[in-house]
Design a protein around this ligand. Structure first.
Ligand code: LHQ
Length: 264
């Protein structure tokens, strides 16, 4: 398998593992990743997900040597349809990632290029090691940002910066990614795993149903006017208000004790 799964308490960690190719995606690997996301979503013991990479890279995006898309090099060789790869493998994975009922954290241990960068930036929080970097590699091979890149980048850093990154395809070091607000934090490489696990454990102890609802409410609100967003907040807040976590959170506050959350 090219996806390794481990769990510590309520934190599930999914590790992309094709280190010889900087964890570039093959079709079977994308299926394994989707299955790992589905399993985490379905397992009530999991309250936070961490995605990271094995070896010196996080993920170099689509494996360009995959026979499914590898171009023929001879004149007259027929071009292959790369859209089907998106439809059948990337889109289901990217949708699922955005719909998880728990918070998801990317621990970016090295280069995140192309769809690998989109994967990291689709997560709710991104922590990166100081030697990690983000590359919108698509433009260099005549493509556009995919796996959600066109949607994510302008939302994360605004149109001007999104275009700078996507058109030029330059390597953005993790420290600069933090400076422009693209990621949550850049930490020394040696501290990345521990920082990510501690942050994930902290999130897992929070009311995760409300955290997932926050992600959805914010994504949805981007397409609404002010009044619609106020109304949508009221609907979601009302649902959460009937949940065990709100009762527990409010009671614990009033009773001056630490809350113990269980909704998911
Ligand atoms: C790779 C790859 C790779 C294969 C490193 N493939 N082997 C969706 C749907 C359909 C079609 C197309 O695309 C998409 C979305 C996309 O993701 S498009 C973007 C695809 N990704 C790229 O264009 C990135 C290509 N890789 C690179 O530019 C470099 O490898 C980076 C900058 C990521 C890292 O550079 P270095 O640190 O210098 O490492 P390296 O280049 O020496 O790579 C190490 C090995 O990994 C090497 O193999 P080798 O056998 O020579 O040691 C590379 O060939 C292999 N590798 N990325 N995407």
């Amino acid at each position: 398998p090219n996806i390794e799964i481990s769990q510590d308490g309520a934190v599930r960690t999914v590790t992309l593992s094709r280190p010889a190719a900087l964890n570039a995606f093959t079709a079977p690997m994308l299926v394994q990743l989707r299955e790992a996301l589905e399993a985490a979503a379905a397992d009530a013991t999991v309250r936070c997900l961490v995605i990271t990479g094995a070896g010196r890279g996080f993920c170099a995006g689509q494996d360009l040597s995959d026979p499914l898309i590898k171009p023929g090099f001879e004149p007259g060789d027929k071009p292959k349809d790369i859209g089907h790869l998106l439809d059948n493998y990337y889109i289901p994975m990217a949708k699922l990632l955005r719909q998880l009922p728990i918070p998801v954290l990317a621990a970016v241990n090295g280069v995140a290029a192309g769809a690998g960068a989109s994967l990291a930036l689709s997560c709710d929080l991104v922590v990166a090691g100081s030697s990690a970097s983000f590359i919108q590699a698509f433009s260099k091979i005549g493509l556009i940002p995919d796996c959600g890149g066109t949607w994510l980048l302008p939302r994360l850093v605004g149109r001007a910066r999104a275009l700078q990154l996507a058109l030029l395809g330059e390597k953005l070091p993790a420290a600069e990614a933090q400076q422009i607000g693209l990621i949550y934090r850049c930490v020394p490489d040696a501290e990345l795993a521990a920082t990510a696990q501690a942050l994930a454990a902290r999130l897992a102890a929070m009311p995760v149903r409300a955290l997932a609802a926050t992600r959805k409410a914010m994504d949805d609100a981007l397409l609404m006017n002010h009044e619609q967003a106020l109304q949508a907040e009221s609907v979601t807040q009302s649902q959460l208000g009937f949940g065990a976590d709100y009762l527990e959170g409010a009671a614990a506050f009033l009773q001056k004790r630490t809350p113990s959350f269980s909704d998911r």
